[in-house]
Write a protein that binds this ligand. Structure first.
Ligand code: ADP
Length: 897
């Protein structure tokens, strides 16, 4: 290999330590990239690729971005998941002997962005660290470098717990041990992780010890150390704004797994992954960025502790009753700047004077907020007021030191007020006096020469000069001034006196700029000492913001305060789906009740497609979540248990998970609920079993329902299009049928969106197609096919009776072999109770159902059926997982067919 030039050698040496980052190598006014970095960056950033001699045999690929526009390019790379190492010249090039010394001063990564578009105001930007321990447990820590918040937890059990925490944090970068197995990394990658980083140093540095409570164990310490050591190593500067680490246990909060969270669209919608249309979007009436971030954290972790919930409710209640004070407080909150991120930038040393003026304006709101709160006279309000720390010393300092409208730059002066610093005042005097002297010189010279247009000007190259137009030159005496510059229609002159004053002025101005910068840095360092107080204040402000915003929303949308019961009872009167209600005109939304208790653990919901089944189920879950974050809920009356977990399996999310079949995903999610739910959980199953053939689907659906009914007892809403399942209420005492009503008018179905007791009579799929304006021929052909299919189906149903029987029970003695013909009864009763319901399709169906199942029961089992029955009796159900049970069930049913 031919020898590279010393500079390229230096580049290669530095690059060796930053293999996985783009190295932005400072060369004069540019950041240059070389070799592969240049090839990749020119593509990613669409900038011109060039090359240069570097001493080697071939020219070296190169591309670069100007120093001043670098932030935009860095942002682009970071958003694509890349890392950027900023390498600066760390000595004055004029003083350097040989190659200028260069060092990486910061590594910017997706998880450590401090400013710019990479940071969304109302979003945290967490970076996470994961540790695996020998006992099979995992450590999970996360920090938002921009706000200084950190938290950590130790998770026993499966890696799924880690994935859940990761998706709750939304971290785009994860710090791992370099020996982490590939399969775990792949799982992390599926949860939108953009970048992996490695840190094997897990000893906690002395300087970060104080951030950890003494109570945390060694595992917790090591995962926190992994994260902090990484931050320390990459940021290469003071991280004084890091707040004490919050250690938590996942059991302290309502658990909503990743799929359920997506399905319920808590913080983003499934289709567009946008905030708009999510629960967060509905609830977000916050006025500050900090409040917005806190709200999202609350939604991600609803509380289990009733006292905690009621504390929030009490304040919401208070602000609902005090409209004017609420209004006043929200107006003032608008003026409060992002104190948390500001504290971060103070610590990082990249605030400017404008930021500090904003800080002052924010702090000036605090006494006003306190006053309003105190005036409410209520105990809770007074307590809140007491918690608001106005940090007066900071306000005073900033008020006396900074001018009202400082420039963006902190290196050009005009930041500090007169009277704040003696020395500065003296320099300013000198400069001002000099300028006054020059102004009077201009007057004097005009008089002396009689040239009215004579003027004294200034430019950067020549400094101060006397300008006389050509027409007036003859009025000057020979040698009166020294000639300096000739313009087309004027001459410029100087005098020794003028230059003397100029020196004084310029010196003063240079000193002013230097001194102002120094003073600014001192002020910044003083503010730094207040960071912990500012962060506490930020938390209180955020809380006030979220709670007043709950009150605002609850009043606007007529929500009520839910009461909590430990009797496992749900009473929702006139419940609404909060988001659908908002999107739709409130008058059009049909409210629905929901009543469940120990006798009604499971609701089986039937009704036409598009009638509102899944909306109804979701509204119950969203109401529970809103209640447990302390918000009021969309109902006219609400009593709820505190749910420990919410599980959902709702269609339509399938396409999201690549590489797995819809049905497999369905079963995985179902299994997740079945394996983890308790009697205090809420389960929503929407059309489970749809992803496979009718009989498998129905068998699985039934087995799942029975399992939940017998073994778990979780509050469950189960919607289905298998009408056969509605007969389950005969055997399952805690299962009740409800349906969404629809009526047919002039051959078209009209949805009433009203939930009623009992089972629905049929599905209206074809009518929905009709509503969607499919061609009439197509519709009538579909009706024909349906009729044929229904006839076949009923014959099939008769044959599959065993599959439909209730088989999951501890002993064979409990095996019942009746079929499920009670659908007939429920349909009849439905028709009786609602005479507007049509009868045309069901007529044919009735006659079949009347007889076929009964006959099947009467016939003695043949050899094949006997074998199946024997197998069934032998099964050791207690020793099977639900999924195994389903598989066996499937197998047996297949034998029969
Ligand atoms: P299903 O699950 O029965 O197929 P959805 O719950 O998806 O039906 O509801 C279909 C549509 O009906 C929703 O998008 C919504 O516009 C409307 N809808 C649902 N429930 C109501 C209601 N209670 N009041 C008014 N419109 C509703």
């Amino acid at each position: 290999m031919a020898a590279y030039t010393p500079m390229i050698m230096q580049y290669l040496q530095i690059k060796a330590d930053y293999q996985d980052a783009f190295l932005f190598f400072r060369l004069g006014d540019f950041y240059e990239m070389f070799f592969d970095d240049a090839l990749k960056a020119s593509q990613e950033l669409e900038i011109t690729l060039t090359s240069r001699e570097g001493g080697g045999e071939e020219r070296i690929p190169m591309c670069g971005v100007p120093y001043h526009s670098a932030p935009g390019y860095i942002e682009q790379l970071i958003q694509k998941g890349h890392k950027v190492a900023i390498c600066e010249q760390t000595e004055d090039p004029r003083a350097a002997k040989g190659v200028v010394r260069r060092e990486v001063v910061q590594l910017i990564t997706p998880g450590t962005v401090m400013e710019g578009r990479g940071l969304n105001e109302k979003e945290n930007n967490f970076i996470a660290a994961v540790s695996m321990f020998d006992d099979g447990s995992y450590g999970f820590a996360s920090s938002d470098l921009s706000t200084g918040e950190s938290r950590l937890t130790i998770l026993s059990g499966s890696f799924e717990g880690v994935l859940n925490e990761l998706s709750l944090s939304g971290a785009k970068e994860v710090v791992l041990d370099s020996s982490t197995p590939e399969d775990l990394k792949n799982k992390l990658k599926e949860r939108s992780v953009l970048a992996f980083s490695y840190e094997n140093q897990i000893e906690m540095k002395e300087s970060y010890q104080h951030l950890l409570s003494e109570l945390v164990d060694d595992k917790a310490k090591s995962v926190a150390a992994r994260l902090f050591n990484y931050l320390h190593r990459t940021q290469k500067r003071s991280l004084d704004h890091l707040q004490p680490v919050l250690a938590y246990e996942v059991e302290q909060f309502m658990k909503i797994d990743y799929f359920s969270k997506r399905n319920l669209e808590l913080t983003e919608t499934i289709r567009s992954t946008a905030k708009k249309g999510s629960l967060l979007w509905l609830l977000d009436e916050t006025k500050t960025a900090m409040g917005g971030r806190m709200l999202k954290q609350w939604i991600n972790r609803p509380l289990l502790n009733v006292k905690g919930i009621e504390r929030r409710q009490a304040i919401v209640d208070l602000f609902m009753m005090n409209f004017f004070e609420r209004h006043e407080i929200r107006e003032k909150l608008k003026e409060v700047y992002d104190l948390e991120r500001l504290a971060g930038r103070v610590a990082f040393g990249n605030v400017n004077a404008r930021d500090l003026v904003q800080l002052k304006k924010s702090l000036l709101q605090i006494p006003l907020l306190k006053e309003t709160l105190v005036s409410m006279g209520n105990e809770d309000a007074i307590e809140l007021a007491a918690k608001l720390d106005p940090c007066e010393e900071v306000t005073d300092l900033l008020e006396t030191a900074l001018v009202e409208n400082p420039p963006l730059s902190i290196k050009e002066g005009n930041i500090i007020q007169d009277g704040y610093d003696n020395q500065l005042d003296q320099y300013r005097d000198a400069s001002r006096n000099g300028k006054t002297w020059i102004a009077s010189l201009e007057r004097q010279e005009r008089e002396k020469t009689g040239i009215k247009s004579l003027k004294i000007g200034y430019n950067r190259v020549f400094g101060y000069y006397i300008e006389v137009t050509k027409a007036n030159l003859h009025l000057l005496k020979e040698g009166q001034y020294d000639r300096k510059q000739t313009l087309s229609n004027a001459e410029r002159f100087i005098t020794p006196e003028l230059k003397e004053k100029e020196d004084l002025i310029l010196q003063a101005e240079e000193k002013i700029v230097e001194l102002e910068y120094e003073i600014f840095v001192t002020i910044r360092e003083t503010v730094k000492e207040y960071i912990p107080r500012l962060q506490t204040l930020a938390k209180t402000i955020s809380e006030l913001d979220v709670l007043t915003s709950f009150a605002e929303l609850s009043e606007q949308r007529r929500y009520v305060k839910p009461a909590f019961t430990d009797e496992r009872r749900i009473v929702l009167k006139d419940g609404r789906h909060p988001v659908v209600e908002k999107v739709m005109n409130a008058q059009e939304y049909v409210p629905n009740d929901c009543f469940m208790d120990r006798e009604r653990e499971l609701l089986l919901i039937t009704g036409p497609n598009m009638s509102g089944k899944s909306t109804y189920m979701r509204q119950v879950a969203l109401t529970a979540i809103m209640a447990q974050i302390g918000c009021f809920v969309p109902a006219s009356e609400a009593v709820l248990p505190v749910f420990d977990q919410v599980f959902t399996r709702i269609g339509a999310a399938d396409d999201l998970i690549s590489g797995q079949s819809t049905f497999m995903v369905e079963m995985l999610e179902a299994n997740n609920a079945i394996a983890n739910a308790t009697e205090n959980s809420l389960i929503l199953f929407d059309e489970i079993g749809r992803g496979t053939s009718t009989y498998d689907g129905m068998a699985l659906a039934q087995a799942i329902i029975e399992y939940i009914h017998d073994r778990i007892g979780a509050k469950t809403l189960f919607s289905t299009h298998y009408h056969e399942l509605t007969a389950l209420d005969e055997n399952l005492s805690m299962l009740k049928n409800v349906h969404v009503s629809a009526v047919e008018q002039n051959g078209k179905v009209v949805f009433l969106h009203k939930i009623k007791e009992g089972a629905a009579d049929k599905s209206y799929g074809i009518h929905v197609a009709q509503l969607a304006d499919l061609p009439p021929e197509l519709i009538s052909r579909a009706a024909e096919i349906l009729e044929t299919l229904e006839m076949k189906d009923e014959l099939g149903a008769a044959r599959a009776t065993v599959g439909n029987s209730r088989v999951i029970h501890e002993s064979g003695a409990d095996v019942k072999t009746e079929s499920m013909p009670s659908k007939v009864e429920s349909e009849t009763s439905e028709q009786e109770s609602n005479s507007t319901e049509p009868t045309d399709y069901s007529a044919g169906q009735l006659s079949f159902f009347d007889e076929a199942p009964v006959k099947a029961k009467a016939v003695a089992p043949n050899k094949k059926e006997k074998r199946v029955l024997e197998k069934l009796t032998e099964l050791d159900i207690l020793d099977m997982t639900p999924l195994q049970a389903m598989n066996v069930l499937y197998e047996l049913q297949r034998k029969l067919k």
